[in-house]
Design a protein around this ligand. Structure first.
Ligand SMILES: Cc1cc2nc3c(=O)[nH]c(=O)nc-3n(C[C@H](O)[C@H](O)[C@H](O)COP(=O)(O)O)c2cc1C
Length: 170
């Protein structure tokens, strides 16, 4: 069983979550991890599961304007002109052998507000022909630049473990 994990991260929090998800997945799957700008745009047919995530910006996936804003606020990772939205848009539409699971990071104190990058990414994934075996998942940060809310790395590893079990059972 093979998984591809793709993440966007500007302040490093989503990167840490992605790595924690990978450690859960690796209990049952072979996993490749890529930052979004280095991820394959045509994932190979032997991949069973794609896990894709990024930071929630303005209630959705980031855009050039919000990534520019993040840079102005001190972000040191990522690229202004390319993120999760652009990567997903670049995947050809049609049937995909892999199922898609999406995640994001969001700020704890506005968790009651609607809108998450994970939900937006899942919608785009459906349009591109992916099936999703799991609900979009959010992980929480205390502020724009972090840190992660306590326990989120452990929750991410557990989520990765669950995804691996779902794939094995399907
Ligand atoms: C321009 C901008 C817009 C944001 N909008 C939201 C938002 O709508 N909802 C939210 O919960 N967090 C929002 N945030 C906080 C991000 O979700 C947070 O910076 C991100 O989770 C950190 O992940 P990273 O370290 O991987 O970049 C925003 C951050 C920036 C820079």
């Amino acid at each position: 069983m093979k998984a591809l994990v793709v993440y966007e991260s500007m302040f490093g929090n989503t990167a840490a979550i992605a790595k924690a998800i990978v450690s859960g997945l690796r209990e049952t799957m072979n996993v490749d991890l890529h930052e979004v700008q280095d991820a394959p745009t045509a994932p190979s047919d032997d991949i069973d599961l794609i896990v894709a995530g990024g930071p929630t910006h303005a209630f959705s996936m980031s855009r050039t304007a919000t990534r520019t804003d993040a840079m102005a606020k001190g972000a040191i990772h990522g690229k202004v002109d390319f993120g999760l939205r652009e990567w997903l848009d670049g995947i050809p539409a049609g049937h995909h052998a892999a199922s898609l699971a999406t995640f994001d990071t969001r700020v704890t104190k506005v968790r009651h507000l609607p809108g998450s990058a994970a939900r937006s990414a899942a919608k785009v994934g459906h349009k591109h022909g992916f099936t999703t075996g799991s609900s979009p998942e959010s992980f929480y940060v205390e502020d724009i630049d972090g840190p992660l809310h306590e326990g989120e790395l452990e929750r991410a590893t557990a989520w990765g473990r669950e995804l691996g079990a779902l794939v094995a059972a399907s």
